[in-house]
Write a protein that binds this ligand. Structure first.
Ligand SMILES: Nc1ncnc2c1ncn2[C@@H]1O[C@H](COP(=O)(O)OP(=O)(O)OP(=O)(O)O)[C@@H](O)[C@H]1O
Length: 452
């Protein structure tokens, strides 16, 4: 449950590690019932302890996530854990079998190391911002070592570079179970190297990295300024490349902009294909949110997805975080997910006016601008001098407030499809007509400065 992992993060920052591991490690979130978070604890003693020691802290964490009236309760878990679940709550994962600690890395499958199961091609939304990077990744996945080598993907934080790399890893792993696939961050490559030097295990280090069939290295810009790591990476790169093993690198900038990167490495990074990922545009952001909601099996109305996508524009990780915040907020406050709930949950992200502007203020301001009365805009007149300002008023309300189409419809005594049509019409006009674009900008600025 995402809510629970956010709460745990909060708790962890406020108590000691020992306390955290003693009490919180075995707690199972059982669900949210009428706004009350139900936690499963091991025995009656834990239950009492939690009630007397941690209720406030957990409630503070919930408040921090937007719950207005947070409540938490505890249930003792039966010895067999999945025997007593609340109706309608997700089944907690069965307790994992104790396993010996893996020697070097968390190996999920014999042939692939460190891949996130969610980061597949199926879960990747393709848009104009990332279609070239996606196509290159698919080409590499279909013929590793033979398409583009290395594939160098760059772009700003949180735009899907790691996701694409892992997607190649999953794809190759399914088709070539014998291939060794490894994902590392540049930081862990550097740490492995430092440990190998310290423990006198350079041969093992080289054997490990040079026997990989598909090497995925994240954040390669962190090689900058690390001479010894660059040297070792150079040899690893050559060994793999000569043997037609595939290398994929990600970075926040293209090779030419990585300062203090040795020229021989830079030129190698440019041997294959360099491709970038840009920030997604509105439609792609909505599609990503939609897919996220589907993966998590939560139902979120389209107009809420659009509201989130409109305000969170640059980073997909933040976009996903905003969706989860809205869902957690609604669940903790026991309310439906709608536009105004979303606006409340994300109030720090939204500009204050977005939430506070009133439909009447906007109506008055638009009427004033066009020299007509607010009553005329709300009335039934079909003259052009009234219809255009009316459509503009509906458009502005939709742009500047969090009201839903039915709410705007009610305000104008019309049904929501009429409002939708008017807003679509005005959007098209604004795109075509530069004069109207200016009017919309002026009105919007005026309203944001002083909503009168
Ligand atoms: N096109 C997309 N479709 C679906 N989800 C996406 C897409 N792009 C990114 N994401 C999601 O956004 C989140 C951030 O992506 P990712 O970690 O791959 O970004 P990154 O570019 O590697 O960031 P960083 O530079 O911080 O490492 C992930 O949860 C990922 O699944």
């Amino acid at each position: 449950m995402d809510i629970w992992s956010n709460i745990l993060d909060y708790v962890r920052q406020n108590i000691s590690d020992v306390e955290y591991h003693t009490w919180f490690r075995d707690v199972k979130p059982l669900g949210v019932e009428q706004g009350e978070l139900i936690l499963g604890v091991k025995n009656a003693f834990s239950q009492e302890w939690f009630k007397s020691h941690y209720v406030k802290l957990i409630e503070m964490a919930m408040r921090d996530m937007g719950a207005q009236n947070p409540k938490v309760n505890f249930q003792v878990l039966p010895a067999v854990q999945d025997a007593m679940l609340l109706p309608g709550t997700p089944t907690p994962a069965p307790a994992p079998e104790p396993r010996p600690a893996p020697a070097v890395h968390m190996v999920t499958e014999p042939n692939r190391v460190n891949l996130n199961a969610k980061y597949t091609f199926d879960n990747f939304v393709v848009g104009p911002n990332n279609n070239l990077a996606h196509a290159a990744a698919v080409a590499v996945a279909e013929s590793p070592g033979r398409a583009y080598n290395p594939l160098f993907i760059y772009g700003d934080v949180g735009l899907g570079k790691t996701h694409l790399m892992h997607a190649v890893g999953h794809f190759v792993s399914e088709r070539h179970p014998h291939m060794r696939i490894e994902y590392v961050s540049t930081e862990s490559f550097t740490n492995d190297l430092i440990n190998a030097i310290r423990d006198d295990k350079m041969t093992a280090f080289r054997n490990r990295y040079r026997s990989i069939d598909l090497l995925l290295v994240d954040d390669i810009q962190f090689l900058a300024g690390k001479e010894r790591t660059q040297e070792e990476f150079f040899h690893t790169f050559n060994a793999l490349h000569e043997n037609h093993k595939q290398i994929i690198l990600s970075s926040d900038r293209p090779p030419k902009d990585i300062e203090t990167l040795e020229a021989r490495l830079r030129s190698r990074f440019e041997w294959g294909l360099i491709t970038d990922i840009q920030s997604p545009e509105f439609e792609t952001r909505v599609a990503i949110l939609k897919m996220n909601a589907e993966i998590r099996r939560i139902s979120v109305p389209q107009d809420v997805l659009e509201l989130i996508a409109k305000h969170v524009t640059s980073n997909i990780r933040e976009l996903e975080g905003a969706l989860m915040r809205v869902v957690a907020f609604a669940s903790l406050n026991n309310v439906e997910v709608n536009r105004s709930v979303a606006a409340k949950a994300l109030s720090e992200i939204f500009t204050p006016n977005t939430v506070q502007l009133d439909m009447n203020d906007i109506l008055r301001s638009v009427a004033n601008f066009y020299g007509v009365t607010p009553e005329a805009l709300k009335g039934t007149g079909r003259a052009r001098e009234i219809v255009i300002p009316r459509q503009m008023a509906m458009y502005m309300i939709r742009e500047l407030t969090t009201h839903s189409l039915p709410e705007i419809g009610q305000f104008f005594s019309r049904d929501h499809s009429t409002v939708l049509y008017a807003i679509q019409k005005m959007t098209e006009q604004i795109q075509k007509d530069t004069e109207l674009t200016k009017v919309a900008q002026q009105l919007s600025q005026r309203l944001k400065q002083s909503p009168m």
